[in-house]
Write a protein of this length. Structure first.
Lengths: 263, 280
C-alpha cells in the first residue's frame, strides 16, 4: 500500500513538473525583474517534493514505531520476546535499526526519484544533490527515535498523536521563521530558532531546503528564501552535530525507560 | 534440594494498590508447584516479577540462583504469559524458530518438530497463527515456552483456552517435564488440574501467601465413612488411625462391613477455606 501511494504521489509530481515546465516557456517576467524562472520553479518544486518526502517518511516512521513497546505489550506480542536472553536493549535497538533502515531507503528513493523527475521534465537540478537527501533521511530517523521513546511511555494511539503534533509544531515553527524574516520580527525569528534546536528534524529539513536553493542568487534567491521552501535560519555543522547528539540522547532515554518499564 | 525459583519478601505496589505483600516462595528443582488465588490476588504479578517483566517494590526473586530479569535468569527459564499473541503471519514452525534464535537454542528443526509433536501440533507445522484456533495458539505458546530446554518453567494459565483433551495433554506433558527435572510454577484457576499434577500448592490472597504445602498436608480430615448392612454412616472427627477400631466395633456389634472410606477435604475445600469465598 505504501508503495502504491508513493507511486501515485510520484505520478502526480511528474504531472505537476510536466505542466509547470511546459507553461514556463510562455511566461516572461518584466524586463526589470531579474528572475531565473527555471531555477525558481525547479527549486520550488524540489522543495515541495522534499516536504512531501519528509511527510511520507514521517508517516511511515510513525506507523512502524508508534506501538513498538506499549502497543505490542497491550496485545501480548512483546512479553514472550523480552523474557528471552536477548534482552530488552537489543530488542529495542533492533526495532529502531529496522525502522530506520526501511525509512532511510524509502526517503532516499522518493527524494532521488523526485529529483530525477524534475531533471527529466525541467532540465533543472540543485547544485547539491546528495546532502539534502541525507539530511531528509536524518530528520526521519530522529522522528523514529522520538516515536520509539514515546511508545515506551504512551499508548500507541497517544504516541501517534503526540509525534504528529511534534512534527506539525516543527513545520509551523519553520514557516514562522520564514514569516519572521520577511517581517524582520525578532520575536518570531527567535521562537523559530529555539524550535529548530528543540526539534532538530525540522532544522535538518530546513537545512536541506537551504542547500537546494543555494545556487540561486540575486532576486531569484531572495524570492526562494521568502517562500515556504526556502531559507534555513539554523544551519551548518552545529545543528548537524546537535542532531546526532539529540538522536543519541533520545535513543538512550528510550533504552533506559524501556529497561525500567513494567510489562 | 537445590532451589530453582526463590522468592523472598516480595512486594509490589501499583500506586496505592498493594499487589504483593512480602511473599516468600520456593520451587525446588524438578518440583511442580501450583499457584492459586482469586482474581487480583497477585499471582500474575508474582510470575511477572520472576520472569523480569515487572520490577518489585521490595524483596528479591531468583531463577536458578540468578537475579530475576538478569541474562542468566532469562537463559534458564521458559515462560507462557496469561495473555500473549504471536504475529499472525508467522507459521507455527517460524514462531518456534524465532524463539530458538532469541534464546540461542541450537536445537534446530529437530527440536521444533519434537516440541510441536509434544503439544499435538505436528499437523499445523506450516499453518499460520492467524489460521489457528485459540486452543492451538495456546498449545503453540506452551511449545514456545519449552524452546531451549529451560530448567524453570513459569506457566500463567496455560490451559485456560483448552478443551478437556488439550488439558489432559498439557497435564501429561507437565508430568513428563517433572520427570526430566524441570521445575514448574503453574498459575491456574483450575483446582482439579493443580491437585492432579502439582507436588505443592501455594495460595495467595490479597498479595499474601495464606497457605502452602502438599495437597495432602493442606487437606483436613473430615471423618470416616462406614458402609454396613445397616447402610452408610459418617463418623465425624474420626481419623485414619481409628478405622481398625471402628471396623472391629461394628463387627462385634454383629454388623456386616462392606466398605470403609477415610474422608478428607478436597483442594477445593482447602482453597475456599483459605480465601474465604473471596472472588473479584
Amino acid at each position: 500500500m505504501v508503495l502504491v501511494l508513493t507511486a501515485f504521489f510520484l505520478v502526480l509530481f511528474w504531472l505537476a513538473n510536466h505542466f509547470v515546465f511546459r507553461d514556463l516557456a510562455s511566461i516572461s517576467p518584466p524586463r526589470d525583474v531579474n528572475v531565473d524562472t527555471r531555477t525558481f520553479v525547479g527549486a520550488f518544486l524540489t522543495g515541495l517534493a522534499m516536504f512531501a518526502t519528509l511527510f511520507l517518511g514521517v508517516v511511515l516512521a510513525v506507523f512502524l514505531t508508534l506501538g513498538v513497546v506499549s502497543g505490542d505489550a497491550e496485545r501480548g506480542l512483546l512479553q514472550p520476546l523480552v523474557v528471552r536472553p536477548i534482552g530488552r536493549s537489543t530488542l529495542l535497538l533492533s526495532r529502531f535499526l529496522g525502522a530506520a533502515g526501511v525509512c532511510i531507503v524509502y526517503v532516499l528513493a522518493v527524494y532521488f526519484a523526485a529529483l530525477l523527475i524534475t531533471d527529466l521534465t525541467g532540465h533543472w537540478h540543485p547544485h547539491r544533490i546528495v546532502e539534502p537527501g541525507l539530511e531528509l533521511a536524518g530528520a526521519v530517523v530522529i522522528v523514529i527515535a522520538v516515536s520509539l521513546l514515546g511508545s515506551v511511555v504512551l499508548s500507541a494511539t497517544a504516541n501517534g498523536i503526540a509525534v504528529f503534533m511534534l512534527f506539525g509544531a516543527g513545520l509551523v515553527a519553520g514557516l514562522l521563521g520564514s514569516i519572521g524574516h520577511a517581517l524582520d520580527s525578532h520575536a518570531i525569528k527567535h521562537a523559530s530558532i529555539i524550535a529548530s534546536w528543540a526539534l532538530p528534524f525540522e532544522a535538518l529539513y530546513q537545512d536541506g531546503l537551504r542547500m537546494i536553493t543555494e545556487g540561486a542568487s540575486g532576486l531569484t534567491g531572495f524570492l526562494l528564501q521568502l517562500g515556504p521552501f526556502g531559507g534555513a535560519y539554523v544551519h551548518g555543522w552545529g545543528i548537524r552535530l546537535w542532531a546526532v547528539a539529540y538522536l543519541a540522547i533520545v535513543v538512550a532515554a528510550a533504552l533506559v525507560s524501556f529497561s525500567r518499564r513494567n510489562l | 534440594m537445590p532451589v530453582a525459583l526463590a522468592v523472598r519478601g516480595l512486594s509490589k505496589n501499583y500506586g496505592s494498590v498493594r499487589a504483593l505483600r512480602g511473599v516468600d516462595l520456593d520451587v525446588a528443582e524438578g518440583e511442580l508447584v501450583g499457584l492459586l488465588g482469586p482474581n487480583g490476588a497477585g499471582k500474575s504479578t508474582l510470575v511477572k516479577i520472576a520472569v523480569g517483566l515487572v520490577r518489585p517494590t521490595a524483596g528479591t526473586a531468583e531463577i536458578a540462583g540468578a537475579r530475576a530479569g538478569s541474562h542468566d535468569a532469562r537463559a534458564a527459564l521458559g515462560y507462557l504469559a496469561e495473555l500473549f499473541r504471536f504475529p499472525g503471519w508467522y507459521t507455527a514452525d517460524e514462531v518456534l524458530e524465532l524463539h530458538q534464535r532469541l534464546s540461542g537454542s541450537r536445537g534446530g528443526a529437530a527440536e521444533r518438530a519434537r516440541l510441536l509433536e509434544l503439544v499435538a501440533l505436528s499437523d499445523a507445522t506450516h499453518r499460520r497463527v492467524d489460521g489457528m484456533s485459540k486452543g492451538m495458539q495456546q498449545r503453540l505458546g506452551v511449545a514456545q515456552a519449552l524452546v531451549g530446554e529451560p530448567r524453570v518453567l513459569l506457566l500463567d494459565e496455560p490451559t485456560s483456552a483448552l478443551d478437556p483433551v488439550g488439558r489432559r495433554a498439557i497435564r501429561l506433558l507437565l508430568e513428563e517435564l517433572r520427570g526430566r527435572g524441570v521445575s514448574v510454577l503453574l498459575n491456574s484457576h483450575l483446582l482439579s488440574e493443580i491437585e492432579l499434577v502439582c507436588d505443592r500448592v501455594a495460595i495467595l490472597l490479597g498479595g499474601e501467601l495464606v497457605a502452602a504445602g502438599t495437597p495432602a498436608e493442606l487437606s483436613q480430615p473430615k471423618g470416616v465413612e462406614l458402609e454396613t448392612d445397616e447402610g452408610t454412616r459418617t463418623i465425624d472427627g474420626a481419623l485414619r488411625e481409628d478405622v481398625p477400631r471402628l471396623v472391629a466395633e461394628a463387627v462385634a456389634a454383629g454388623r456386616r462391613v462392606y466398605g470403609v472410606r477415610v474422608l478428607t477435604s478436597t483442594l477445593e475445600d482447602v482453597y475456599l477455606e483459605a480465601v474465604g469465598g473471596e472472588t473479584s
